[in-house]
Write a protein that binds this ligand. Structure first.
Ligand SMILES: Cc1cc2nc3c(=O)[nH]c(=O)nc-3n(C[C@H](O)[C@H](O)[C@H](O)COP(=O)(O)O)c2cc1C
Length: 414
């Protein structure tokens, strides 16, 4: 296999919570550069074309700009390490193995925006991450670089680890804010966006753990270096969580824009013996499925979007011929039904009803009217919740019906 330019998973940066080991490997250089020229940070991030790795692929600098421009006062940077969606297992790896890199990224964001609160929001169901981030945060606080950050921000910087509720919904960004404020992670409608009204009303940036982990390298080596790591127009590298019916499931850091075929057949070792590729639940189970015709797609935000799907978190759940798509979708929708916070009746009731219909279909107890009801719900439910949970559940159902209708039809009674 070719030698890859890895920035997140290099063996020599699997240093755990040892700050000296991280600094000895070039850690801290990005932050030191950021401190020399704080006004240039956001432009560097923009030039690097860093995109949010938490699902939406939103341009990171566009999130940071309004917070940097906000008047003085409390400002928050939150590293979102909730990660509870099936098939996604990248952030826990980063927090456990290279927490200093993530913290350095968050401190660079604090320097860029003059934020005086940096919060590492970590899922308590991943106790090793929680322990590593707590230890790492403690190590940063007396370090001269951290003191320099405080000097630049103009006062103390509160670097804290906040355990999340461990619930799936707790990763949605407005739920993150509610949780950090000490409440139940109920999402709220946007706008106002967190950059305007966040924790206790203060301007807030919620970034995914992987997004922040890319930041030190960009500052250290420059935007052009980062862009050159990607393939074609795509910038940087991406962590792909590969699971399902492949020979070598695991976490792969590859150039952004690596093709789906390379990920599955080259890095993933191909399908399990005797199995044939059928489809991929892409970016987690809340997106449009990619199928055999999409094996050539470049796995970057824009190319996947052109196939009417989303790269999302980079989770790739591969299924083989012989796997029931209806069964799989029923399982995922059951996850969403359990994960709904219950605030919005169309989401709570809608996910439950989708699950009920899918279970009837899967067990051969459905008639055509059930399939029609499923499709009807897919038309009326989108946009009916305060957050994106219901939209994700509908997307996977709708996509599976569109692409594998014959499987649904074959399960109907009569
Ligand atoms: C139901 C739901 C759960 C989510 N869970 C997570 C999560 O665990 N981690 C995460 O980074 N983003 C999660 N997101 C996306 C966040 O709302 C937000 O877009 C992300 O943290 C922004 O970071 P980024 O701009 O760096 O991608 C979730 C979204 C929804 C709708």
């Amino acid at each position: 296999m070719e030698q890859l330019n890895q920035v997140l998973l290099r063996d020599d940066i699997r240093v755990g919570a040892d700050l000296d080991a991280w600094l000895a490997r070039g850690g801290g250089e990005g932050l030191a550069k950021a401190l020399q020229d704080p006004g240039a940070i956001i432009a560097e991030i923009a030039d690097a074309d860093l995109r949010g790795m938490g699902g939406a692929g939103f341009a990171t600098h566009r999130k940071w700009m309004p917070v940097a421009a906000a008047r003085e006062g409390d400002k928050y940077i939150i590293c979102n390490g909730n990660e509870d969606e099936p098939g996604t297992f990248k952030d826990r790896f980063l927090l456990e193995h290279t927490p200093h890199q993530v913290i350095e990224g968050a401190l660079i964001a604090a320097v860029a925006t003059r934020a005086n609160h940096v919060i590492l929001y970590v899922n308590p169901h991943q106790p090793l991450c929680l322990a590593a981030t707590r230890q790492a945060a403690q190590q940063w606080q007396p370090h001269p670089l951290f003191v320099a950050v405080e000097r630049l921000v103009g006062g103390p910087v509160a670097l804290r680890v906040v355990p999340s509720s461990g619930l799936y919904i707790g990763g949605e960004e407005t739920a993150v804010i509610a949780s950090v404020e000490g409440g139940f992670p109920f999402p709220r409608r946007k706008p106002p966006f967190p950059a305007e009204v966040g924790v206790h009303g203060a301007p807030t940036i919620v970034n995914n753990t992987e997004t922040l982990a890319h930041v030190p390298g960009i500052l250290r080596h420059g935007a052009q270096w980062y862009r050159d790591l990607g393939i074609g127009n795509a910038a940087g590298t991406k962590l792909y969580s590969l699971s399902g019916d492949v020979l070598h499931p695991g976490l792969y850091e590859l150039p952004m824009g690596t093709s789906l075929a390379s990920l599955v057949f080259q890095y993933g070792g191909g399908m399990l013996l005797g199995k044939e590729f059928k489809a991929v639940f892409t970016g987690g189970p809340s997106n449009t499925l990619l199928t055999k015709r999409d094996l050539d797609v470049a796995l970057d935000f824009d190319s996947v979007r052109q196939r009417r799907s989303r790269l999302g978190t980079g989770a790739m759940i591969v299924v083989s011929e012989g796997t029931s798509i209806v069964r799989k979708v029923a399982e995922y929708v059951s996850f969403f039904a359990q994960g709904s916070c219950g605030q919005c009746p169309p989401c709570k009731g809608g996910t439950f009803q989708l699950m009920r219909l899918l279970n009837r279909l899967d067990t051969g107890r459905a008639v055509r009217a059930d399939l029609e009801a499923l499709e009807n719900l897919c038309r009326i439910l989108p946009g009916s919740g305060r957050c994106g949970l219901i939209d994700g559940a509908v997307t996977v159902v709708e996509s599976s019906v569109n692409q594998f209708r014959e499987e649904y039809e074959a399960l109907l009674m009569g």
